[in-house]
Design a protein around this ligand. Structure first.
Ligand code: UDP
Ligand code: MG
Length: 328
């Protein structure tokens, strides 16, 4: 993925707001109003980047009009629906600000909270995420499944991915430049920011219900996000086959020994039973075990293919001094 713009320069705004839009025509008028209010409250210039993720309602038309009228508004129109995670990536890559704020367009991420995010950023935190303390108006099922997902993910990955945090966050320039160097296609954005380190902080807020329009995250999209979150940040499912294979193989050996013992010393063992049982259980165990081994290799290819940078530099000290290199 290539940045649409490169680094911030002297004329760039201080803040970039990134808002993914997918069929949000009912919310847009209210959103634009609230966002304009917020921009007025910020202590420096801000740009607002709307990313249209292939909407097929009137969203684009409305946004084009807004952008024509308001010099700080920008609009990226994606060629089709790429999904929320890619849409926010496109917006962030185009951002010129020093602090980039990503938020949902449906006002479930209240614009006022951005002021708190900014305050924390000024204290020196590179990444400030907004944590949902309460979720209003979301179904019991959505709350339960989300909470279960965060807990399972936490157990499965060494990467610190904060709980109950969506994609509502502020990231500084350094974090953004790092993000741009992560070209992985399976994008679980909140995990990627967890992975990169830096000083991170949280700001709590109560998540209100969606009052306009309806959720663009049906059940299957949530499952997709959850599966990709686990796959791209954990190799445990692959190792599971390895361990299962080992356990089954060990049991097969024991059981085989018993079957042979029975064949030798016990009366009334069916002809052919021993060999069948020994062969089947051993092969099953070996099979599972080999699947696990293949899994390990696939896992490492998987990690490699992602081409994540190997490390991230936060700051360099003393490198600006010139050092005479001994010539050979
Ligand atoms: N969204 C998007 N592409 C999609 C689905 C959603 O850009 O394929 C946007 C949507 O317009 C909204 C944000 O992502 O701004 C979050 O979606 P939604 O509010 O429907 O999710 P929920 O809050 O129900 O989890
Ligand atoms: Mg929402």
């Amino acid at each position: 993925m290539h940045g649409i713009r490169t680094r911030a320069n002297a004329q760039s705004p201080r803040y970039s707001l990134v808002l993914p839009i997918y069929n949000e025509e009912e919310v847009l008028p209210r959103l634009v109003e609230r966002i304009s209010l917020l921009v007025g409250q910020l202590d420096a210039e801000a740009e607002v980047i709307f990313v249209d993720d292939g909407s097929h309602d009137g969203s684009v038309k409305y946004l084009r009009r807004m952008v024509a009228a308001e010099p700080s508004f920008r609009l990226i129109e994606l060629s089709r629906n790429f999904g929320h995670q890619i849409a926010i990536t496109a917006g962030m890559e185009a951002a010129a600000g020093e602090a980039i704020i990503v938020m949902d367009a449906d006002l479930q991420d209240p614009p006022e909270v951005v002021l708190d995010l900014v305050a924390k950023w000024k204290e020196g935190f590179e990444i400030v995420y907004a944590r949902r303390t309460r979720r209003e108006g979301e179904s019991w099922f959505k709350r339960m499944s989300a909470s279960l997902f965060y807990r399972v993910l936490e157990k499965m990955t060494p990467v610190e991915i904060p709980r109950d945090v969506g994609d509502f966050r502020l990231v500084g320039r350094k974090a953004l430049e790092t993000f741009k160097r992560m070209p992985e296609h399976d994008r679980f954005v909140r995990g990627m920011f967890g992975w990169m380190g830096f000083k991170q902080a949280a700001v709590s807020f109560e998540r209100p219900a969606r009052t306009l329009g309806e959720t663009k995250y049906p059940f299957w999209k949530m499952v997709h996000l959850a599966v990709h979150g686990i796959i791209s940040f954990s190799e445990k499912p692959l190792r599971l086959a390895l361990w299962a294979g080992l356990v089954v193989s060990a049991l097969a050996v024991l059981f085989g020994a018993y079957a042979i013992f029975a064949w030798l010393f016990e009366a009334g063992v069916l002809a052919g039973w021993t060999s069948t049982v020994v062969v089947v259980s051993l092969l099953c165990g070996i099979n599972l075990f080999m699947t696990g081994v293949v899994g390990l290799y696939v896992g490492s290819i998987h990690a490699e293919v992602k081409r994540r940078p190997l490390y991230v530099v936060d700051r360099l000290n003393g490198f600006d001094r010139s050092v005479r290199v001994a010539s050979s």
